[in-house]
Design a protein around this ligand. Structure first.
Ligand SMILES: Cc1cc2nc3c(=O)[nH]c(=O)nc-3n(C[C@H](O)[C@H](O)[C@H](O)COP(=O)(O)OP(=O)(O)OC[C@H]3O[C@@H](n4cnc5c(N)ncnc54)[C@H](O)[C@@H]3O)c2cc1C
Ligand code: SF4
Length: 481
């Protein structure tokens, strides 16, 4: 275990952040790693509980008490060995995971006291890269089997790495100009610098994974041809159909889906600061928040990342609207007691930036009734929402808000349907590709990540990629010739 009574000796010290007033002027990561000595103290706080609830809280089943102990004992190389056993990409989760493990940590029974697991995870992998301990692990033997994977987000990349290391030839098809999925084109550089994605993809390439960029499966390649050419086909295409807001005025200029804006911003930052994509990106539509009154409709990571980008572009003012009522500040034990993920108020990193620099505000229980403007959006008409679904506008509460850029960040309804339709795949009741154990309704076709479970988290996508790879392995092992 960490240090006997370490949790009594040392206070929790979460990852440090650069000051908002400074960081909104650049695109560098805003989390700052603490010195090794402090990280060891944080590792020392782990009690190595007989039943490690943190371990169960992590979708990957990361062996958290083991590596907390190893960090406490300064055994970093052993720590990365333990971490890589369950997680292909700890540099993604160490930066981006909401850390359900910390909500489940036994120390969190006293709210706000959990071990800083996520920070320690990031420190282990960053140290491992600095020390040169992360090296390609090509397979010792080739099986002669071939697997096609569509999509290079965290699910596709995790599946690719697992299958390649098992000796299969793996080709990843990606329609974008660079790999990484939402980590590349959704999440901004100030949460994860894109060299980190490149660095990990380089490892996969050195292990023998083949990456074909700029290939839109279903348009450029017939999925049925892939089934003929390969022994298995894995769909890791994400859940990309955005939820729309069907109110009068929706057709006005200046109202965009959040992902269209985020793709543009990520491409603009890559063009300015690198890494340059292997292929040319498509022409930009010119969505910009600079000098604008921006309204972001919807909370969540997508809304936060829109705000973070809009601030860095120099938006005049940003209003974020959330339809649900404001949750309680503390863990509501009657609803989500420990060790469950608490449904409580979380102010995003981006809203902290907006508030501290006096550039924005967040409003709860707000429903949009219509947009106003002549050709381009100028106003939004909003009302107080009833507290329960369908969150109808309460009579007499309508008011107007100025807006010249509106970003719709209300989530995603299901994956795009073209590939599933052309292969005749069954869908589940939510419109995702149905595959209770990763195998779809068609022999040899598998699905993982957001395309299977709906829009979710990176940690779940990695988990799905790994588990899907196991299902593919079983299928390949059963093939006769
Ligand atoms: C803006 C935003 C921010 C987020 N931030 C976080 C965060 O901070 N932490 C967190 O845990 N989660 C976050 N998420 C959720 C997380 O990014 C996703 O759950 C995760 O990326 C899903 O991984 P995936 O591999 O299933 O799909 P994706 O990452 O969506 O990748 C799918 C890939 O498939 C490709 N593709 C799709 N169709 C085709 C086709 N026909 N042919 C070829 N290629 C195709 C796409 O181009 C893409 O590269 C965020 C989501 C968004 C939208
Ligand atoms: S992947 Fe997420 S849940 Fe798992 S240990 Fe890391 S931060 Fe915690």
């Amino acid at each position: 275990m960490g240090e006997l009574r370490g949790f009594l000796r040392y206070d929790r010290r979460a990852a440090a952040e650069r000051p908002p007033a400074e960081r909104i002027h650049d695109f560098q990561e805003f989390l700052v790693m603490r010195p090794d000595e402090e990280l060891r103290e944080q590792g020392a706080r782990c009690m190595d509980c007989g039943v490690p609830f943190c371990h169960g809280g992590c979708p990957l089943g990361n062996l958290i008490p083991d590596w907390n102990h190893l960090v406490y004992r300064d055994l970093w190389q052993m720590a990365i060995g333990s971490l890589h056993e369950t997680n292909n990409f700890p540099e993604f989760t160490g930066r981006l995971c909401p850390a359900p493990c910390e909500a489940a940590c036994v120390l969190e029974i006293r709210e706000g006291e959990s071990v800083t697991i996520k920070q320690i995870e990031q420190a282990i992998i960053d140290r491992a890269y600095d020390e040169g301990w992360v090296v390609p692990q090509p397979p010792a033997l080739e099986t002669g089997r071939r697997v096609a994977i569509v999509g290079s987000g965290p699910a596709g990349l995790a599946a690719a790495q697992q299958l390649r290391r098992a000796g299969h030839a793996v080709v990843v098809f990606e329609r974008d100009e660079a790999p990484g999925g939402l980590i590349r084109f959704g999440v901004p550089d100030f949460k994860i610098e894109k060299q980190l994605v490149e660095r990990r993809v380089d490892q996969l390439l050195a292990e023998g994974v083949e990456l074909r960029l700029g290939v839109d499966v279903g348009k450029d390649v017939d999925p049925a041809e892939l089934l003929d050419e390969f022994d298995a086909l894995v769909l890791a295409i994400g859940s990309r159909v955005p939820r729309d807001l069907e109110v009068p005025g929706r057709e006005l200029d200046g109202i965009h889906f959040a992902m269209d804006y985020l793709y543009e911003r990520n491409r603009a930052v890559a063009a300015e600061l690198g890494p340059r994509p292997q292929l040319d990106p498509p022409p930009a539509a010119g969505i910009s928040a600079a000098g604008r009154k921006v309204v972001v409709i919807g909370g969540g990571d997508t809304g936060a990342d829109c705000i973070g980008n809009a601030l860095r572009e120099g938006a005049e003012w940003i209003t974020q609207l959330e339809i649900v009522p404001e949750p309680s500040e503390h863990r509501p034990d009657e609803l989500t007691p420990w060790p469950h993920w608490p449904l409580k108020l979380r102010i995003s990193y981006a809203m902290k930036e907006a508030r501290e620099t006096r550039h924005g505000e967040l409003d709860f229980s707000v429903v949009t009734t219509r947009f106003g403007g002549n050709g381009a959006v100028r106003t939004m008409h909003i009302a107080q929402a009833a507290p329960d679904p369908p969150f109808a506008p309460l009579p007499g509460t309508e008011r107007e808000l100025e807006a010249d850029l509106v970003l719709l960040a209300m989530g995603f309804v299901h994956p795009e349907r073209q590939i599933a339709a052309s292969l005749g795949l069954e869908l589940d009741p939510r419109g995702n590709v149905a595959a209770p154990a990763y195998a779809t309704s068609r022999e040899g076709v598998f699905v993982c990540g957001d395309a299977r479970r709906g829009q979710s988290l990176i940690v779940w996508a990695i988990n799905e990629g790994r588990e899907c790879a196991q299902a593919v392995e079983r299928h390949l092992a059963a093939l006769v010739s």
